[in-house]
Structures are given as structure tokens and as C-alpha cells.
Design a protein around this ligand. Sequence first.
Ligand SMILES: Cc1ncc(C[n+]2csc(CCOP(=O)(O)OP(=O)(O)O)c2C)c(N)n1
Ligand SMILES: [Mg+2]
Length: 422
Amino acid sequence: MATAFSATLPLHGSSQENRLCFPTRLPPSSSFLGSTRSLPVRRLNHAHAARRSPVVAVQEIVKEKKPTNPLLITKEEGLVLYEDMILGRSFEDMCAQMYYRGKMFGFVHLYNGQEAVSTGFIKLLTKSDSVVSTYRDHVHALSKGVSARAVMSELFGKVTGCCRGQGGSMHMFSKEHNMLGGFAFIGEGIPVATGAAFTSKYKREVLKQDCDDVTVAFFGDGTCNNGQFYECLNMAALYKLPIIFVVENNLWAIGMSHLRSTSDPEIWKKGPAFGMPGVHVDGMDVLKVREVAKEAVTRARRGEGPTLVECETYRFRGHSLADPDELRDAAEKAKYAARDPITALKKYLIENKLANEGELKTIEKKIDDLVEEAVEFADASPQPGRSQLLENVFADPKGFGIGPDGRYRCEDPKFTEGTAQV
Ligand SMILES: Cc1ncc(C[n+]2csc(CCOP(=O)(O)OP(=O)(O)O)c2C)c(N)n1
Ligand SMILES: [Mg+2]
């Protein structure tokens, strides 16, 4: 089925050849992104828009699918989504407990409230597709198939963690699962994701390998004011890379409101500016996210290039577990709490007779047990040996420098054992 999404942007040609859809415009007085703050929206001249933007509103895509398939998912798919979202939520709630008990070190950023985005995208991917995350990365890793044991152990700094305890909360990585990392510096993951997408294209087009892998890059609204975002949008569109840029717009960058910090807060509109579709979707609704994700992933696999998707979402906790979360308005928090994506999916499954309470309770119990077991496993796992401190720091161990005796430090056995005084 041709959808509005499949419209292509002419870089040099006439717009009339293209099927174009127009964004649903907000009236000037309405609030943007459901925030309690209001945003003055400039009126857009539709004739002008028609010349420039293959921009689509997700409502059009979802509406289009309804008559042929009134239910957007099968029972099996619904249960997979539910289980993944429950896993994300339960895991993060457990992290909070463990952090406050002193089991984790450094900053820990939780994902509560945003589960529909991770689940909606990643559950459509194959193992060889890649995911790149931010410092809010535990749930992306779990959705991609990294075990709860490996993620929890990493958080505990144990040798059984997915990075053998050397990465911690902000650096979940698994080569096996093509989870290409969490990144502490905002925007750092976007070029890595662009490189991964380039690899897929190179394998297919130059090395003639059978490769239709795609890459999904997740990052926040605040990160879209960072230059790497624009550089990568440009390169991805130029090379038609198989990548989906997913902005998790939770309205805040630590304590800075998106509406105060961004000249045009509608991030999705930046896609067409670079020659790729831009889509805005309700990130509290996993089914809508999934519909958009399907379309974007399919485009990328077909070799039709990148898509920018802005998911409007909300984090239910502070920026990190060290944040008392006193800056955000109580009414705004309450508004999004009432739109909990897990509650919404549960309601959909039950109302459409795709699952009953008992089946969902069984999933919740299974996940509770799995998360408990992950904590026991992490707790019982050994600490890394001291010598591990020196691994994976420099490709050439001479990079550790020269010791007081004039020899390379790496030549001193005490140094690699971790017993040297430095
Ligand atoms: C390059 C860089 N500059 C500044 C920071 C400090 N910093 C940490 S989180 C953050 C806000 C990011 O907000 P957003 O992209 O919206 O992600 P969210 O935390 O909302 O998921 C900033 C500026 C950083 N980590 N990296
Ligand atoms: Mg944010």
C-alpha cells in the first residue's frame, strides 16, 4: 500500500511529481507537544509547504490502516510488546532501589514513561540490525535482547556485565546483539549510528553482500540542538543510508525546557529540510510508534534512505537518580502520568480481547521473577580483577606512558597486575 510516508523529496525536481501530505498545523493558540506551556506557532503557507515538504502526520498513516485492519496487532505481537514494556519498567524500578542501596555508582538515568518508544521500534528489528542509544540506555539494551542479568551486572560493575563491568550505566554495549552503545556525551552516538548504517550500505552495494540491516539511533530533544545531529542528517540523506533517527522528545533536557531552548521546537520538520521524511508521533502510544517504525524500517531496508521520527514522550522520574525533580510542573507530570503507555496498551489488549487480566498478570509475575533473579546474579558475581582496569584503554599498551624507571609502564608486570604504585 502506498502511504503518505512513501513520498519522496525531490532534491532538484518538480514537486508535482510527488505525492505530498501536509502536516496537521496547530492553531496558533494551542500548546505544542501536550506541554502545559503554550507555544506560539507561526502559520504556514500551505502552497509553500506543498513545494517543499513530504512531511506527514502519523495520524494519517494510522488512520489509513484502520479500515483494512482494525486491530493494529495480533495477540502474539501484543503480548511481546506488553512483556517488553513491563520488563523495561520493572527493571528501571529495581535500578532505583539498588542505586539507593548503594549497589551502583555514578549517574544512573532511568527510562520510566518512555517505554513505548524503545519497544515500538526495537521489537521490529532483527538481531543483525543495530541500535545506538544515549546514557538512558538500559531499556534499549533490554529490548534489543541483552539479558537482564548482563545489564544489571554491568550496573553493579561486575565482571559478568555486558562490558565486563567497565562501562556502567551509560555504556551498555553488546557486539552479539548489535547494541552499539550508550553514550554519555549527548549526540556522540549519532555519528556512530550513521557509520553503522554506512557499513550496511557498503556491504550491500560495494561488497555485494546480502545485507539489508538497518540502524536505529535514539537520542533526546536537547541533543537536537547539537551540531552532530545536523551533520549526520545531511550525510545520511546524501548517501541514502538505512538509518532511522528517533528523537525521544520528553520535553526536557535536564532542567531546560525544550520550548525555551529551541528556535523551532517541532523537530520532525528538520527531516524534510535535509531531504528525508519527518514524522511526529505520540510516543506514549506503542501502537502508533510501531506503525511509524514499520514504515520507516521498511523504507530503510528497501534502500530508500533515512527517516527522522520525533516521538512525543515523557520521563516519569527526574533526569537521573541524583535529580530531585523539583523543576517540572506538577500539572505537567500528572498529565503524562495519566497517559502511562503501559496502562494504555493493557487497556487496548483487554478491550480488544487480545488478552485477559490473568494472562497479563502472568507476564508481570514472570518479569518480576526475572528482574529479581538478575539482581541476585549481579550481586553474587565477582568484581573485575584490578588488572582489568588497564584493559581496553589504549590499543597500544605503550599509551600508558613511561614509568619512573624510564621503561614503558606496560613492561612492568606489577603495572598490568594492578599492584604498581603510580
Ligand atoms: C556534549 C555534551 N554536552 C552536555 C552534556 C550534559 N548533559 C547531560 S544530559 C543533557 C541533556 C540532554 O537532554 P536530552 O537530549 O533531551 O535527553 P534526555 O535526558 O531528556 O533523555 C546534557 C546537556 C553532555 N552529556 N554532553
Ligand atoms: Mg529530553
